[in-house]
Design a protein around this ligand. Structure first.
Ligand SMILES: Cc1ncc(C[n+]2csc(CCOP(=O)(O)OP(=O)(O)O)c2C)c(N)n1
Ligand SMILES: [Mg+2]
Length: 310
């Protein structure tokens, strides 16, 4: 992210913004919240990167930079009482759900004031109060756990939906098929979300599969599915709402293949030899959260701080 002075609004830009605003499906407050949430996630992760290099905390460190719109949109499309479970790229999930950033940072530092009492670290963020069920390091492990949480809610006749995040790499684990099968058989209220950032460590989706459209993974279980623009919080919020409504009717799970991109390496020790710099630049320029947010809400996004998302 770079910080720059907000661009001046020309009469033409103002006119287009006003026209789009009239049709924007979400309120101005929602767009501003998305902007603030994404900025918090971005700034937090940048700080983590700096602190990790300075060896202020240990273990692994996987940054969420580039993927912020997924969580911003998820929060809008679901309820605070719904359950969230994810993998190890998990610093931003508690932030999006409203956990105090100091508590997340304390966890990274191994302090007892951390979200997992300092015992989990970077890959194991939990927040019981906000229904965050972790932070998991075993690739794909949380796909089965997500089904289990949804089963518990259904068994107790509670109206919650589980949002189970996993990566495009994790989508290749056998756990996915066992879980999809049981979730469809028992009609469990779970939204399976592939955060498809195009790579599993250094391996691209294209190199690991004949079926690059991951929304097709639920087809043999007749699980409804769709691909979503993960650079647009608006698109994610709408897709999440649709999927959550489906789950709440008792019709069973839903699969979302959310197209996103990570701007940084897999972890802090990744030299990124598997992709061209130009590819990263292309994604961060054309799919930038800021420009997409502007086109979604039809306005230049300015939270008054002079900082903008790039
Ligand atoms: C069962 C298992 N196998 C292998 C690994 C090593 N590993 C850690 S992260 C990773 C890549 C996962 O990629 P993806 O699911 O796309 O998530 P992303 O890092 O892109 O968010 C692998 C293979 C692991 N942690 N667990
Ligand atoms: Mg991935």
């Amino acid at each position: 992210m770079t910080t720059s002075t907000p661009a001046k609004k020309t009469p033409a830009r103002r006119k287009t913004a006003a026209k789009k605003k009239a049709t924007a499906p979400f309120s101005k407050e929602t767009y501003l919240k998305w902007h603030r949430d994404m900025l918090l996630m971005r700034r937090f992760e940048e700080r983590c990167g700096h602190l990790y290099i300075q060896q202020k905390f240990g273990g692994f460190c996987h940054l969420y930079i580039g993927q912020e719109a997924v969580l911003a949109g998820m929060v809008k499309g679901t309820r605070p009482t719904d359950r969230v479970i994810t993998a190890y790229r998990d610093h931003a999930h508690p932030l999006a759900l409203g956990t105090d950033p100091k508590v997340v940072m304390a966890e990274l530092y191994g302090r007892k004031t951390g979200s997992s009492k300092g015992k989990g670290g970077s890959m194991h963020m939990f927040d019981k109060e906000r229904n965050l069920f972790g932070g998991h390091g075993i690739v794909g492990g949380q796909i089965g756990l997500g089904a289990g949480i949804a089963f518990a809610d259904k068994y107790r006749k509670e109206d919650h939906v589980t949002i189970c995040f996993f990566g495009d790499g994790a989508a290749r684990q056998g756990m996915l098929h066992e879980s999809f099968n049981m979730a469809m058989t028992w009609k469990l209220p779970v939204i399976y979300v592939v955060e498809n950032n195009k790579y599993a460590m250094g391996t691209s989706v294209e190199r690991t599969t004949n079926v690059t459209d991951l929304s097709k993974l639920g087809a043999s279980y007749e699980m409804p599915a769709e691909s979503v623009d993960g650079m647009s919080p608006e698109a994610v919020a709408k897709a999440m709402k649709k999927a959550a409504d489906h789950c709440r009717t008792g019709a069973g799970p839903y699969l979302l293949d959310i197209q996103t991109y990570r701007y940084k390496g897999h972890s802090m020790s990744d030299p990124q030899k598997y992709r061209e710099k130009s590819e990263v630049e292309e994604f961060s320029a054309t799919g930038s959260n800021r420009s997409r947010l502007e086109s979604d809400c039809g306005a230049e996004v300015d939270d008054g701080s002079g900082a903008q998302i790039h």
